[in-house]
Design a protein around this ligand. Structure first.
Ligand code: ZN
Length: 409
């Protein structure tokens, strides 16, 4: 055995090249810093038709092709092959044969693609592209292929509860809507837009993954009319549960509007916005004291603030009947408060009555979406990591879905 040099056979073994393929030559170009490996097949080899499986087809002609493979040492390595096109008697045509090391239409070997997918698990795509010295458009093409394939395998048959929320790719434009499984926390579906049709798209997606829309009994969302009408139309058995954080956000906004009206007459209220917004337990000692003294004054803001605190209590009421009595009283109080922002928010809550009370029965929130949103925000900050909304969506799937990739090892 030759222990001083690596023979072609050894390289062939290492590359995993099998019959009828053989390495014909290896070239290292120090100037261009690349390895080129030339593969061939013995004269007279017959191939199997990739379309119908007929064996021993004659070669019609060949086409030169090149694939980027895993590096040898630190050098980019390329496989070169004249790929046969066969004459198939069965298919009555000329067909290019499949090669075992790459998928059709790809100019990378399966092992190279596998490495890229593994790298993208925790690296920005632009960094991966840089690392392997490829154009990132070509890297995105690989990612797209494998994500699409992995998504096809997702099984939605056991889904009964989902959360939905919208987010924008960049501030103020290009909205996307994310649907997630409330139970597992994984993203199920992402699409462009934020109107009711996004729910229709999710419905279709659910069906194509063995899901059953009539098995969906709970859907959590904010009070956007688009989601409400979409869920009502497509998921007839679903109870809509309005996210309590969104509801509290509206009430907080109303309290702040009251404060702004109030502060025109009372300068003490200036710069106190956060004191009224925060939960009392989150205030510093100084803020707590200030809040206490402000609350002793005859301020509209202090009244509005008390209304907010009272609604906060509502969420912890254990049974629906008691909760509804409580909410009714709260509603009456606000609508008779003569504080316009509070009257308006009370009316909004009246309009969404059942979905708000449903929280008491199901106790679910969109907290999951907040978690997902923070991952999405991180993706947004790395905006250079993707080029368009489609890639942005791929990234969300990559980071937030439960995908199993079919990767060669
Ligand atoms: Zn054939």
């Amino acid at each position: 055995m030759n222990t001083h040099g690596v023979g072609i056979e050894t390289l062939q073994l290492a590359l995993g090249i099998t019959d009828p393929w053989v390495i014909e030559g290896v070239d290292f170009n120090a100037e261009k810093k690349r390895f080129d490996i030339y593969l061939n097949f013995p004269k007279g080899t017959k191939f199997t038709c990739p379309s119908c499986g007929t064996h021993h087809c004659n070669i019609h002609d060949t086409r030169d092709k090149e694939w980027r493979h895993l590096d040898i040492f630190q050098y980019p390595t390329y496989l070169h092959v004249r790929v046969p096109r066969i004459e198939c008697g069965q298919c009555k045509g000329i067909i290019q044969v499949n090669v075992p090391w790459a998928r059709e239409y790809s100019s990378f070997t399966l092992l190279f693609e596998s490495m890229v997918i593994l790298m993208t698990q925790d690296m920005q795509v632009s960094h991966v592209a840089k690392r392997v010295n490829e154009n990132d458009t070509r890297i995105w093409r690989i990612i797209k292929h494998y994500i699409k394939k992995a998504l096809q395998k997702l099984d939605f048959s056991s889904i009964t509860t989902f959360c939905v929320d919208e987010t924008s790719e960049r501030k103020g434009h290009k909205y996307i809507t994310i649907f997630a499984n409330k139970v597992t926390g994984y993203v199920l579906y992402v699409c462009k837009g934020k109107d009711a049709s996004t729910v229709g798209n999710f419905f279709t997606e659910l069906l194509s993954h063995h899901g059953n829309p009539s098995k969906i009994t709970q859907a959590c969302c904010d009070m956007s009319p688009a989601f409400i009408s979409g869920i009502t139309e497509y998921f007839v058995n679903a109870h809509i549960i309005f996210d309590k954080f969104h509801v509290m956000q509206l009430v907080n906004k109303a309290v702040d509007e009251v404060r702004r009206i109030d502060q025109v007459k009372n300068v003490l209220l200036k710069k106190t916005r956060y004191i009224w917004l925060k939960n009392p337990e989150n205030l510093t000692e100084k803020q707590t004291q200030l809040l206490a003294s402000l609350r002793t004054m005859e301020l509209k803001t202090a009244r509005a603030y008390q209304m907010k605190l009272n609604l906060q209590h509502f969420w912890s009421i254990p049974d629906r009947e008691t909760a509804e009595v409580y909410l009714n009283k709260w509603y009456f109080w606000l609508t008779h408060s003569k504080l316009d922002p509070m009257i308006n928010v009370a009316k909004t809550i009246k309009k969404h009555w059942d979905g708000i009370l449903n929280y008491i029965d199901f106790k679910i929130t969109n907290g999951l979406m907040e978690g997902l949103n923070s991952i999405v925000q991180t993706l947004k900050r790395s905006a250079r990591g993707y080029r368009n909304t489609d890639n942005f969506i791929l990234m969300i799937y990559l980071r937030c879905s439960h995908l199993k990739f079919d990767l060669p090892t």
